[in-house]
Design a protein around this ligand. Structure first.
Ligand code: C2E
Ligand code: CA
Ligand code: CA
Ligand code: CA
Length: 274
């Protein structure tokens, strides 16, 4: 509609995007083939909202490629998912996280490790078997392991997910519903297939000091969840002022830059267990 020049401009941009994506796919594949070279798992602490004491950590994938430098997971995870590479990488991340946790529970037996699962991993029939075996091999009690799944995946696969939830639970692990509040049917899925933990997305914290709606949303979700026995983790608390604003509303756990950014395993250990 806007004329030839504009069309040419957009298609060129798309072309560059596609080329880079193909390039990244190949670089990721190489990285996997070389024993997950350039991949790393970072850990971000989660704290008890009342006491600020450490409760556990979320494992977060990092990838630094030689050609383009550090690529954020929001960019490389979708490429891993599209190419199927998320299968080996996801298993590797899960094992790395359990390995780290096995050390940390010796110092703090209540330490909980949370790992993100992609929807692609959940489509793999063997993945639950793999998880169970990996947990058994690591010596970490299943109760110290939380798997995080996004609200949007759960919402669009309610029937499949129910069976997956049952298996994960009967093995003794816990389930967290990630990015809560960003989908179209947040409350509906809470009722249909409740998780053990709800992680309220950080978009509700960003403006919490000025937005009456956001604070009310947090308050309301906490009340609702606690009524049915679900714990609440609040993501993205960056400042003391934000912490003060949400503190009266009884969230169970907090994960945010105020308490710690994601850091490599060694750094996490030095900061918390030495
Ligand atoms: P997520 O699962 O919602 O992870 C939390 C993200 O919020 C992390 O970004 C974390 O660094 C960031 N964050 C935590 N506290 C704060 C804060 O106070 N302020 C701000 N601005 N950000 C904060 P990260 O590490 O870049 O990961 C982005 C997303 O990539 C994750 O969102 C998750 O969806 C995906 N991802 C990361 N690692 C993995 C993985 O191992 N497997 C899968 N399937 N997805 C992963
Ligand atoms: Ca997560
Ligand atoms: Ca999240
Ligand atoms: Ca996310």
């Amino acid at each position: 509609n806007k004329g030839k020049n504009q069309i040419a401009f957009f298609s060129e941009k798309i072309l560059i995007g596609k080329t880079r994506q193909l390039d990244l796919t190949e670089l990721l594949r190489e990285s996997v083939e070389r024993g997950f070279k350039d991949f790393e798992v970072y850990y971000q602490m989660q704290v008890n909202a009342d006491t600020r004491e450490i409760k556990g950590a979320e494992a977060l994938a990092r990838w630094k490629c030689e050609k383009y430098g550090q690529i954020p997971p929001d960019q490389f995870i979708p490429i891993l998912e599209e190419s199927g590479l998320i299968m080996p990488v996801g298993r590797w991340i899960f094992e790395q996280a359990l390995d780290a946790c096995a050390h940390w529970i010796k110092k703090d037996p209540d330490f909980v490790i949370s790992v993100n699962l992609s929807y692609v991993q959940l489509e793999d029939a063997g993945f639950i078997d793999f998880m169970e075996q990996a947990v058994l091999n690591s010596g970490v009690p299943p109760a110290n392991v939380v798997v995080e799944m996004t609200e949007s995946y759960i919402a669009s696969n309610i029937n499949r997910v129910e069976g997956i939830f049952d298996r994960i639970r009967s093995f003794g692990m816990k389930i967290a519903m990630d990015d809560f509040g960003t989908g179209y049917s947040s409350l509906g899925i809470l009722k249909k297939i409740p998780a053990d933990i709800v992680k309220i997305d950080r978009i509700f914290v960003r403006d919490v000091q000025t937005s009456h709606f956001d604070l009310t949303f947090i308050k309301f979700i906490v009340e609702l969840c606690h009524d049915v026995g679900i714990e609440v983790c609040l993501e993205g608390v960056e400042t003391e002022d934000e912490y003060e604003a949400v503190k009266p509303h009884d969230v169970d756990f907090i994960q945010g830059y105020l308490f710690g950014k994601p850091v490599p395993e060694n750094t996490f250990e030095e900061q918390n267990f030495s």
